[in-house]
Design a protein around this ligand. Structure first.
Ligand code: ZN
Length: 191
């Protein structure tokens, strides 16, 4: 029981109390449900691999997005993490393809460009690619990574864009921080 609580507490967003509550829930489950949960975890871990094209996670040889002929292969959105890709997929607005870096450049944490899937991204640049949208997070590491990629990609003759960052929809200017206000002004669009 202690071990189960310890393992659950390692999951993101699960504190000690939640871990305990989940552990009690699991031990009260019928045996077959608990076994199904354990098996689902083991199987997911075993069958998940990286897509050889976009480096996202998939249980297929090539992920469903790279494999979809209806998706525009001329536009590639670069994201930090498969979760960011899932977030954009939820919008159902984006019809291009993705590339997952698996992190950001972070000298403090000893993460250099060679630790990210940048080589794989460069390998995808061809005359068919019209635009690379850099959608790393708007924080220090995300901005540094975006700058690095832009310098690397522009000489290859491909259009490089950055997602806008600014005032949140439904927000109130009075309560928005200075950096966000500055970015909102910098990335203003003509109406
Ligand atoms: Zn893929």
């Amino acid at each position: 029981m202690t071990r189960l609580i310890e393992e659950l507490a390692k999951l993101p967003g699960i504190g000690g109390k939640s871990a305990q509550r989940l552990a009690f829930h699991i031990i009260n489950m019928p045996t077959e449900n608990a076994a199904a949960l354990a098996e689902a975890i083991t199987n997911a871990k075993k069958s998940i691999k990286l897509c050889p094209v976009c480096c996202s996670i998939t249980d297929r040889d090539i992920c469903s997005i790279c494999d979809d002929p209806k998706r525009d292969s001329g536009v590639i959105m670069v994201v930090e993490d498969p979760r960011d890709m899932a977030a954009y997929e939820r919008t159902r607005e984006y019809r291009g393809r993705y590339h997952v870096l698996h992190g950001t450049i972070s000298p403090i944490n000893g993460i250099g460009p060679d630790k990210l899937k940048i080589k794989e991204l460069l390998g995808r640049i061809s005359s068919d690619v019209r635009e690379i949208i850099i959608a790393t997070n708007p924080n220090v590491e995300g901005e540094a990574t975006a700058m690095y990629l832009s310098r690397l990609l522009k000489p290859l003759g491909v259009k490089v864009t950055r997602i806008a960052s600014g005032v949140p929809i439904g927000g109130d200017l009075e309560y928005v921080d200075d950096v966000t206000l500055t970015k909102a002004l910098e990335y203003r669009t003509e109406m």
